[in-house]
Design a protein around this ligand. Structure first.
Ligand code: SAM
Length: 292
C-alpha cells in the first residue's frame, strides 16, 4: 500500500478554484460540459498526467498547462487525458443493419431509378468522433460487404477526433482479441489478421480495409472544419451527450454543411436532436436525413 502523508494528499487534491479553471478551459476548448460532479473523475485523470511529468501538485500542473513554454504541447496531452473515448466494434449494431438495408440502397442511384445513370461513387462516409477506430473499421467492413453484392461500389471514410492518442491507435489498427469478439466470424476471416508484429492475443485490421479510412484531427469547436468533401452519410455518435444544447445545435449545423441533401446522419441511441434548429428529419431511431 502507498503511504501518502497529509501534505502530499493535500497538494494532490483538486481545489474548487482549480477545478473551475480546468473546467472552464475544457468547456471552451472542447465544448465538454464539466459540472461539479465530474471533479473526482477529472482529478484522477490529471493525477496520472502529474505522475508522468513528475509534477508535485495540481496547482503546479495548472501553471505548466496555462503559462509554461510547454503549454501548447501539454494541451495535446491534456485533451487526451480529459476526453472519454469509450467505443466498440459494432456498437449500437442496429445502425449498421439500417445502413446496409435502408440507407445504402436508398442512396444507390442505379438501384433507385434502375436506369443505370452515371454512378456517384465513391460513396463517402464521415465518422465524426471516431475514437480508437473501432467504429470506422466497422463501417468499412459493412461497406465492403455491400460492395461484394453491388458491383462497382467504391467508398472512402473520413474518421476524425480531437484526441491525438486515439487517432494514433486508430491508424495502427491493432486491437486485443477480446475487443473483436463481437465481430461476426465471416468478417473476422476477411478483415482481421493475427498480428505478427505484436504480442500474442492481438489482431490487426487488413491493409486493404485500413486503406479505405483516412484519419484526421478535428475539433468540433473549430469555427470552420475545413472539410472539403460532401458526404452521403455522417456518423456522430456518443459525442453530443458531452455538449450543452447550443453547442449541439452549432456542431450539428456545421456537420450538415458537409452532408449531401438526402444524406443520413446517425447519432448515439441515447442522444436526441429535439428542440434543435437543424435541417434534418427523423427517419428511424437516432437516424436522420438532411432535407433536400
Ligand atoms: C465516447 S467516444 C465515442 C466514439 C464513437 N463515436 C462511438 O460511438 O463509439 C467520444 C469521442 O468524441 C471525441 N470528442 C470529444 N469532444 C470532441 C471535440 N470537441 N472535437 C472532436 N472530438 C471530440 C473524444 O475524443 C472521443 O473519442
Amino acid at each position: 500500500m502507498i503511504q501518502v502523508d497529509n501534505a502530499t494528499s493535500q497538494s494532490l487534491a483538486l481545489s474548487e478554484r482549480s477545478f473551475t479553471k480546468f473546467a472552464q478551459f475544457i468547456t471552451s476548448e472542447l465544448g465538454i460540459k464539466m459540472p461539479a460532479g465530474k471533479m473526482s473523475m477529472l482529478q484522477s485523470r490529471l493525477l496520472r498526467r502529474l505522475k508522468h511529468l513528475g509534477i508535485a501538485s495540481l496547482e503546479e500542473y495548472q501553471e505548466y498547462l496555462f503559462t509554461s513554454p510547454c503549454a501548447e504541447q501539454e494541451r495535446v496531452h491534456f485533451i487526451d487525458a480529459v476526453t472519454t473515448n469509450k467505443t466498440d466494434f459494432f456498437r449500437e449494431s442496429e445502425h449498421f443493419t439500417y445502413l446496409m438495408r435502408h440507407a445504402l440502397p436508398e442512396l444507390d442511384p442505379d438501384i433507385r431509378n434502375g436506369r443505370g445513370e452515371p454512378r456517384r461513387w465513391p460513396f463517402k462516409l464521415w465518422c465524426a468522433g471516431c475514437s480508437t477506430g473501432e467504429e470506422p473499421y466497422t463501417q468499412a467492413m459493412v461497406l465492403s460487404e455491400f460492395g461484394e453484392v453491388r458491383r462497382g461500389f467504391e467508398f472512402k471514410i473520413l474518421a476524425t477526433d480531437v484526441s491525438t492518442r486515439v487517432l494514433e491507435h486508430a491508424e495502427l489498427g491493432i486491437y486485443d482479441e477480446d475487443r473483436v469478439a463481437v465481430v461476426p466470424d465471416s468478417y473476422r476471416k476477411k478483415y482481421l489478421l493475427k498480428s505478427k508484429s505484436t504480442d500474442h492475443g492481438q489482431v490487426r485490421i487488413t491493409p486493404e480495409l485500413r486503406s479505405k479510412v483516412y484519419f484526421n484531427r478535428l475539433n468540433f469547436m473549430d469555427e470552420d472544419y475545413k472539410v472539403r468533401d460532401m458526404f452521403d452519410v455522417v456518423f456522430h455518435r456518443n459525442v453530443l451527450i458531452y455538449f450543452d444544447k447550443p453547442t449541439q445545435e452549432a456542431v450539428i449545423n456545421k456537420l450538415c454543411k458537409n452532408l449531401k441533401p438526402g444524406g443520413y446522419l446517425f447519432v448515439g441511441h441515447s442522444e436526441s436532436l429535439s428542440g434543435l434548429k437543424v435541417p434534418l428529419v427523423s427517419v428511424s431511431t437516432a437516424v436522420f436525413r438532411k432535407v433536400k
